[in-house]
Design a protein around this ligand. Structure first.
Ligand SMILES: C[S@@+](CC[C@H](N)C(=O)[O-])C[C@H]1O[C@@H](n2cnc3c(N)ncnc32)[C@H](O)[C@@H]1O
Length: 300
């Protein structure tokens, strides 16, 4: 079968699934990406050579992938890839698919790092590390490793650690760090319990699970049915992990160190109320104007 016909058939199957209520967005993109995936080509090739024949094997693979997408499986779990911070991350159903909103967390961490630790960006940062004085960051609930790997790549002189309760997620994160050339130390930990309670970090950064079991009915079906519930839910109101993360971070941050957390759209006041004794507490909105990040500083 020709590429052109395969694309046409794939699109028709996805449209039909959508019409009967399967939650599939970006139908054309899905059909194209799956075709590129099996035919090892890109959009330019598809439109320059629409008459190219798929092998029988490629055609069968394409049909199988279209069937999975038509059943509602996210494109990223089918291809095994998602872009984050302009890097290609491998994803499996053991990890949350990294979201573009979470890039705000990386961005804000870098803004604060640049302001308070400009040396971490300088070429000489590795020299500082040798003196045992490197900037130290830890990502709590690292999942695919997206945040930790992005920070390690942006701050090559820093020491970046990352923890997750899920060993399966950490396997994916380790693989991503290796593929993307990031030096990150990974540890299985329930919040920060496996990390020594010593004030040694400059930054604790986290996109924790923050959906409340009470609001599970507001979560998109495609997310509920496919993404790990450990990555989504945190008690009745979604604050169970954040409640533990705040004091545990305080104990592990150096004086003047920063905690940055991604939060749910309605949680900013509740989270601010938990930050008793912290300074410079501020909330940063995402591009849609939704409160997305809370940052707070441990007293100097
Ligand atoms: C919302 S996901 C974030 C994943 C990734 N950091 C990202 O932004 O794409 C939350 C992550 O926290 C992990 N997690 C859930 N409960 C945890 C706990 N008590 N301690 C450590 N990690 C936990 C989950 O396994 C999941 O990987």
């Amino acid at each position: 079968m020709q590429l052109r016909q395969a694309l046409h058939d794939g699109l028709a199957r996805l449209e039909a699934a959508r019409l009967v209520g399967v939650d599939i967005d970006a139908v054309r993109l899905s059909a194209e990406v799956l075709l590129f995936h099996v035919a090892h080509c890109d959009r330019a090739h598809l439109y320059a050579h629409p008459e190219r024949e798929l092998t029988t094997d490629e055609h069968q693979q394409y049909e199988a992938l279209i069937a999975r997408r038509a059943a509602g499986e996210p494109l990223q779990y089918i291809t095994g890839h998602q872009e984050f911070w302009r890097m290609d991350f491998c994803v499996t159903p053991a990890v949350l698919i990294p979201r573009p909103e979470t890039e705000h967390l990386v961005e804000q961490t870098l803004v604060l790092a640049r302001k308070f630790h400009p040396e971490a960006f300088a070429d000489g940062a590795r020299g500082k590390k040798l003196q045992g004085d490197a900037l130290r960051l830890i990502d709590v609930g690292t999942g695919s490793g997206a945040i930790a790997v992005a920070l390690a790549c942006e701050l090559p002189g820093a020491e970046v650690a990352a923890v997750d309760l899920s060993p399966e997620a950490l396997d994916v994160a380790r693989q991503n760090a290796q593929r993307l050339g990031a030096r990150v130390q990974f540890t299985v930990s329930d919040v920060l319990e496996a990390v020594p309670e010593e004030p040694t970090f400059d930054f604790v950064v986290s996109n924790p699970p923050y959906v409340g079991l009470d609001e599970a009915d507001k979560v998109q079906q495609v997310v509920l049915q496919n993404e790990p519930h450990l990555a989504l839910f945190a008690g009745a109101e979604g604050l169970a992990v954040i409640r533990r993360l705040i004091p545990q971070s305080h104990a592990r941050l150096k004086p003047g160190g920063w905690l940055l957390m991604e939060i749910g759209w309605s949680q900013s006041e509740a989270v601010k109320a938990l930050l008793v004794g912290w300074h410079n507490i501020h909330v940063i909105n995402d591009l849609a104007g939704v409160p997305r990040i809370v940052a707070a500083r441990k007293t100097l």
